[in-house]
Design a protein around this ligand. Structure first.
Ligand code: SF4
Length: 332
């Protein structure tokens, strides 16, 4: 039985006054149109008919800037979600927004409508990166918003991007470390996708921006992932979903999370093999991480076979291990 289901409701921010260089909202909005309150109700009703065996259900308003839309509209949407929560048909209300769209009246309204989780599109803690990306807010604004959200008792999420203009391995590491200092419960890591028609795409055409190679994006994300994971932050997403019309865009990979986690597996397995004599070994992992032993499309198997010709690598399941924990033992 699946434990948790999310009912996604995309709220576009039509008329957004910001100019994030990577923004593709116009493209998505053109495809999906504006959501009306009755659409929220219909979406919830439709999903509920398919979720009979689910333990917890969350309604999630995503799209980036829920609290940037007019307050009356926020209230119209939230009233409907709250009605379902009060009736026990859903368990949580989740939304995402920008750090500069957080203040006391906004949070009072969210609290009054039983919102549980607020995710902030922080993207970077480097002021230079935020400026070069046209975000329209600085890092100081992020700290203030996070403090305020936590003071209300909301569950806080932080979203970070990898490979924005001006970004480097150092700024990525710094952003992850600052995130740990704030201590959100959840995080998402998004490699930057350079979408046709955006300012970022034009910057690339003018030679002012170079998208990361896949290897660089994986490497930087891996550093951030391990920092957040070590701090006990639940990383609920790595990379964009294929359904987000990204398939053919520069920087999109449909299995990005697996690439990152498999690279982490490679490092962790190799650190143990390095101190063992040549031979036949089994690698234990829990069922969630098991596939990472071999890597995306068998990349780790290929790597280990080339580097350790006498190694016979066998995976075995051990549910006592945590996610991303690997134990190398002599093969039996
Ligand atoms: S806040 Fe940035 S990403 Fe969001 S809609 Fe506005 S310009 Fe686009």
């Amino acid at each position: 039985m699946k434990k948790h289901a999310i009912i996604p409701i995309f709220i576009s921010h039509r008329g957004c006054p910001n100019d994030c260089v990577f923004c593709n909202q116009k493209k998505i909005t053109a495809r999906e149109g504006d959501v009306k309150p009755e659409d929220v109700r219909n979406t919830i009703e439709q999903w509920l008919t398919t979720l009979a065996d689910i333990e917890t259900v969350e309604v999630s308003f995503y799209g980036g800037s829920f609290t940037g839309i007019p307050m009356e509209q926020q209230t119209e949407f939230l009233k409907i979600a709250k009605e379902y929560k009060d009736a026990g048909k859903i368990d949580a209300i989740h939304l995402s927004t920008r750090p500069d769209y957080i203040d006391v009246p906004i949070l009072d309204n969210l609290k009054a409508h039983s919102v549980d989780v607020i995710e902030l599109g922080v993207q970077s803690f480097s002021d230079e990166v935020l400026k070069a990306s046209g975000r329209g807010h600085d890092a100081a604004c992020v700290y203030e918003a996070c403090d305020l959200i936590k003071s209300y008792g909301f569950t806080l999420g932080i979203q970070l991007m990898i490979g924005l203009p001006g970004d480097s391995e150092e700024t990525c590491r710094y952003s992850a470390l600052e995130t740990v200092k704030i201590g959100p419960s959840i995080a998402r890591l998004y490699p930057t996708v350079t979408i046709g028609g955006t300012e970022l795409y034009s910057m690339m055409e003018r030679g002012e921006y170079a998208p990361l190679s896949l290897e660089e994006a994986v490497q930087r994300t891996k550093i951030m992932y391990e920092i957040l994971e070590d701090a006990g932050i639940n990383i609920i997403r790595v990379g964009l979903k294929a359904s987000e019309i990204m398939e053919n865009e520069i920087g999109f990979h449909p299995a990005f999370r697996q690439l990152v986690e498999s690279d982490i597996a490679k490092d962790r397995i190799e650190a143990q093999l390095a101190v063992l004599p040549d031979g036949s070994y089994s690698v234990l992992a829990n069922s969630h991480s098991f596939g990472n032993i071999y890597g995306h499309k068998g990349a780790n198997r290929e790597y280990f076979t080339k580097k350790y010709p006498r190694l016979i690598l066998k995976g075995a399941a051990d549910e006592s291990l945590s996610d991303n924990q690997y134990k190398v033992i002599p093969a039996v």
